[in-house]
Design a binder for this molecule. Structure first.
Ligand code: ACM
Length: 520
């Protein structure tokens, strides 16, 4: 969209935007007519716009803002919507309620940025007249936040979700457990949080770190996210990345008498779960409680970076491998994941895991491929559903530029905005059947190096805007057009109080200029 219409510089870019002459004025007398089935969207509109603009947006049968479900828009799927803003009326339509939620976010972006700030008060606010028809490319557009390495309170997670929804992302993947902390309360195993949520220090800083959620907090978060059309996918790591659990319950490990601390280091920890039946009872019990809190169809059980040394050195694990007819202790990993995966399938959920190669997990797993882009294709070829999470394009814990004075980040070359934007989850040369299995993509923020909310947002934005744009708007991309829209969009981020990385020349350098790794 040209700079002359900055208010139409939407992120993500809608499928079709047709500017129309005139402006729609919102004022104290503007009411909302919510037709049957649209109540949740009307509520969201009021929740998001009411406090920010100071306008009541009261319900009324003759309201000039009309929300309607329209089966004729079925071609726009679960999340598509149509928005017509005319001088006299604003009409938002979708085939499904979630589409209306996406349209509400577009209405917010059409308003002047000050209307987003919460502190602004004006007698009236104007939107440009426009006709929009919009539909996402991918059904999975997400962000993973690691709250295991550094805990964040639910009040912050609500804001995090609000910012995802603002960019039409629909998945918050919550990394709840790891070697360095266990944040999910489990009634049957209270020591997971009473012991496992505290660590003595991080990266030798001498500063203890703690934190755990209550189930009520997590349920409230799930509800808050659902009202914005965002699914919270919980992740409980197994059989590796479990040092915090083993600090709480050493009998679940391969050396039952051993006493372990919640890990204070960073990297891949050798300690993994044992393979005796008590461990499977534990995993099933934990996951029952997880499923009780999180209605998400997808339940993530990690699975990556699981050294098999302890199993190789354990007579009990070797015996178990032999008894199960496995080739050796190294095969216990796939067997373990398969057993837990089948349990989740029996419960009607979709097991999800990090793929090390794309081909090692049972086929009923939805896999997140992160090590190498080639793994995504290998997984799809094999028949897995795939979420593209390649670390050199979607890990936001790497710095995003070589600007001087950047805060500490995950060691490694920067992952620049252009690289995130250029990431193509299913490149054109893939076969159709492979590409169809790609559900979408998501960003990850591992937080060993990231403690504060400001740092989370500095690393996340504007790179998450780039990921959201490509995941929603689809193939090809238009880098110059995106940068131009983003320049206007930063005014919205300012109004929302997001301390994003500024758009410096270095941060906007393209991979072809040789400063950032190739997108693929
Ligand atoms: C990962 O980065 N451990 C998936």
């Amino acid at each position: 969209m040209p700079a002359s219409r900055p208010e139409l510089s939407l992120v993500p870019r809608p499928r079709k935007v047709s500017p129309r002459p005139g402006r729609f004025v919102l004022d104290a007398g503007t009411c909302v007519r919510a037709l049957p089935g649209t109540e949740a969207a009307a509520e969201l509109l009021r929740t998001l716009l009411g406090p920010a603009t100071g306008l009541p947006l009261a319900p009324a049968a003759d309201g000039r803002i009309v929300l309607a479900l329209d089966p004729q828009l079925g071609g726009l799927g679960e999340e598509g919507y149509g928005l017509t803003v005319g001088p006299q009326a604003l009409l938002l339509r979708a085939a499904r309620p979630t589409g209306l939620l996406r349209g509400v976010q577009t209405i917010r972006q059409l308003l002047p940025p000050e209307a987003l700030s919460g502190g602004a008060r004006a007698a009236s606010w104007e939107l440009p007249c426009v006709e929009i028809s919009d539909v996402p490319r991918y059904p999975w557009r997400g962000a993973m936040l690691d709250v295991a390495r550094h805990f964040q309170p639910v009040s912050y997670l609500r804001r995090y979700v609000d910012l995802l929804a603002f960019h039409k992302l629909n998945t918050l993947h919550l990394h709840l457990t790891d070697d360095q902390g266990w944040r999910m309360p489990v009634d049957a195993f209270p020591r997971l949080t009473s012991v496992g949520s505290h660590r003595a220090e991080s990266l030798s800083d001498g500063v203890p770190h703690s934190g755990a959620y209550t189930k009520q907090e997590l349920r409230d978060l799930v509800g808050h996210a659902a009202a914005r059309g965002v699914t919270v996918v919980p992740e409980i790591e197994m059989p590796g990345h479990v040092r915090a659990a083993l600090a709480a319950y050493p009998e679940l490990g391969n050396h039952p008498g051993r006493s372990l601390d919640v890990w204070t280091e960073w990297g891949v920890c050798d300690t993994v779960l044992g393979v005796h039946e008590q461990v499977f009872d534990f995993c099933r019990t934990v996951l029952e409680e997880v499923m009780d809190v999180f209605p998400s169809p997808y339940i993530h059980i990690g699975g990556e970076e699981c050294p098999t040394t302890e199993w190789e050195n354990s007579p009990a694990a070797r015996d178990r491998a032999a008894a199960e007819g496995l080739a050796g202790p190294g095969a216990l990993h796939g067997w373990f994941m398969g057993r837990i995966g089948s349990f989740l399938v029996e419960r009607g959920r979709r097991p999800t895991g990090w793929a090390e190669t794309g081909t090692e997990l049972p086929l009923d797993f939805t896999v997140m491929t992160w090590r190498d882009p080639a793994h995504a294709r290998a997984a799809a070829r094999r028949g897995h559903r795939v979420v593209s999470a390649h670390h050199r394009a979607t890990y936001l814990d790497y710095a995003q530029s070589t600007d001087p004075g950047e805060p500490p980040a995950q060691p490694g070359d920067p992952v620049g905005l252009h690289t995130v934007y250029g990431n193509e989850p299913a490149p054109e040369d893939w076969e159709a059947g492979e590409a169809e299995l790609v559900l979408g993509t998501q960003a990850q923020l591992w937080t060993e190096y990231v403690r504060t909310q400001d740092r989370i947002e500095y690393l996340t934005y504007p790179r998450l805007c780039a990921l959201a744009d490509r995941a929603w708007s689809g193939s090809g991309g238009d880098w110059p057009g995106f940068v131009e829209r983003l320049r206007h969009h930063t005014a919205r981020l300012d109004a929302l109080g997001v301390p994003y990385h500024p758009l410096t020349p270095r941060s906007l350098m393209t991979a072809s200029a040789g400063t950032a790794p190739s997108p693929r």
